[in-house]
Design a protein around this ligand. Structure first.
Ligand SMILES: CC(C)(COP(=O)(O)OP(=O)(O)OC[C@H]1O[C@@H](n2cnc3c(N)ncnc32)[C@H](O)[C@@H]1OP(=O)(O)O)[C@@H](O)C(=O)NCCC(=O)NCCS
Length: 193
């Protein structure tokens, strides 16, 4: 298969059945270079010193091999997912970042962002998503296990001495209808708080 490095076009008419669900009171859109300061501020708020540098984020936002999906409450950035089309082996789309602001957690924002990542892989005909996660990050592990990610490798000490895991979600184009069903269930979800 010819795995492209550049992301596929954002909307494909044949994929209308896989459309993203609407979210009550929140908007989702692509991230751009103009979003740099809000992305950086969210990183600082959540992770203090252990964050991507402003320069690294700026390069990523300008790079056609990276894609950001943002969740916003009005003008306020409340979450994002960062996809990298260039790091993994061919056909492997990597989730480089997934973050939701504390006040907005448990409202299925991460789940919606992750469904978007699945959709992007499916649109491109790429068979798998992969990501790294800290081995003690239980909320994230539960989220990924809900999507069917499985461990492919232990990554001892990769997070400033803390252990990590490499997880993968595979067989994506074939599993697209399953994800479309889950997504439409999410569409009917009214949210908490
Ligand atoms: C992990 C994180 C992104 C989840 O965001 P979120 O928007 O609150 O997650 P959602 O509301 O979409 O939750 C979806 C599923 O994830 C799991 N989950 C999320 N938070 C959880 C928690 N605190 N405890 C247990 N399970 C949790 C559940 O399975 C949940 O499904 P359910 O609501 O049906 O039980 C968020 O906690 C976060 O930003 N954490 C800090 C950054 C981080 O760890 N990112 C991941 C790096 S790999």
């Amino acid at each position: 298969m010819d795995y492209r490095v550049k992301p596929p076009p954002r909307e494909q008419s044949s994929m209308k059945w896989l459309r993203r669900p609407q979210t009550i009171g929140l908007q989702f859109r692509a991230g751009r270079l103009e979003d740099l300061e809000s992305l950086y501020a969210l990183e600082v708020e959540l992770f203090g010193a252990q964050i991507w540098s402003r320069e690294h984020l700026s390069r990523a936002l300008s790079d056609t091999g990276q894609e950001f999906r943002l969740a916003l409450d009005g003008a306020q950035l409340v979450g994002y997912l960062w996809l990298d089309w260039t790091t993994g082996e061919r056909g492997t789309l990597e989730v480089d970042g997934l973050v939701v602001a504390p006040a907005y957690r448990r409202r299925k924002i991460a789940e919606r962002l992750l469904h978007w990542a699945v959709e992007r892989a499916v649109q491109a005909g790429w068979p798998r998503l992969q990501l790294k996660v800290r081995a003690d990050n239980l909320p994230a592990l539960k989220l990924y296990s809900k999507f069917g990610f499985h461990k492919v490798e232990d990554l001892p000490g990769v997070y400033v001495g803390k252990d990590g895991l490499l997880l993968r979600l595979e067989q994506l184009p074939a599993r697209a209808p399953e994800f479309a069903r889950k997504r439409s269930q999410l569409e009917g979800w009214q949210g908490r708080g």
